[in-house]
Design a protein around this ligand. Structure first.
Ligand code: 5GP
Length: 205
């Protein structure tokens, strides 16, 4: 049925430490036809990451050039680095009818909201601030200063959750994964997306 409906754009945001990346990975494992949007960033590559797989890692000059050329559908500065989603990534997914999942911050999500109304917006929420801080400390990758900055940013980001279409509470990873996949399944059943399917299979206009 998926080739008889347009591809869906899923936009996922969360404060750092909420479990967004883990949940999104679980969705890519579960839905083999769900595609990952690879963003462009000026952030230095971390160990274990691969250029062209996790991100397209580029320098600031190149990023600024892409901004000027209008290559990004959205872009933002997050934690001191630039991140952007290429218009070409969306066009490519749309042309192949694929569902695309974007893991982006709230500023970028808002820009997409303003231009692509029919996208599905999902916010991943930690159970509370104490648990969020516990998870950030548990990673043992960040200094106290960075953790404090991430906790401050988390307040800002969570204040944006209200305008997303869905909130996935990540109190328990398995249950959160089930909630997330239910949202994907439900979005795929939207009547508005299935008009071609009705036409072709049942000759209903
Ligand atoms: P990280 O550097 O830890 O992978 O990501 C930092 C933040 O940047 C996360 O909130 C992530 O969702 C966000 N981000 C990643 N790619 C993009 C993008 O293309 N656009 C925007 N606006 N944010 C992004």
């Amino acid at each position: 049925m998926s080739n008889l409906r347009p591809g869906i754009l899923f936009v996922v945001s969360a404060p750092s430490g909420a479990g967004k990346t883990t949940l999104c990975r679980a969705m890519f494992d579960k839905f083999s036809d769900l595609r990952h949007s690879i963003s462009f960033t000026t952030r230095p590559i971390r160990s274990g990451e691969q250029d062209g797989v996790d991100y397209h890692f580029i320098d600031q000059k190149c990023f600024d050039g892409m901004v000027v050329s209008g290559d990004f559908v959205e872009w933002a500065e997050v934690h001191g680095n630039s991140y952007g989603t290429a218009l070409a990534t969306l066009k490519h997914a749309a042309a192949s009818g694929s569902d695309l999942l974007l893991e982006i911050d709230c500023q970028g999500a808002r820009q997409i909201r303003n231009s692509i109304k029919e996208a599905g917006f999902i916010f991943v929420l930690p159970p509370d601030f104490l648990e969020l801080e516990r998870r950030l400390r548990g990673r043992e990758t960040d200094s106290d200063e960075i953790i404090s900055r991430r906790m401050l940013n988390a307040k800002d980001e969570i204040s944006q959750a209200h305008w997303y279409d869905y909130i996935v509470l990540n109190d328990n990873l398995d249950q959160a994964g089930q909630r997330f996949s239910s949202i994907i399944e439900a979005e795929r059943c939207r009547t508005g997306l299935l008009t071609d399917f009705l036409k072709q299979q049942f000759s209903i206009n």
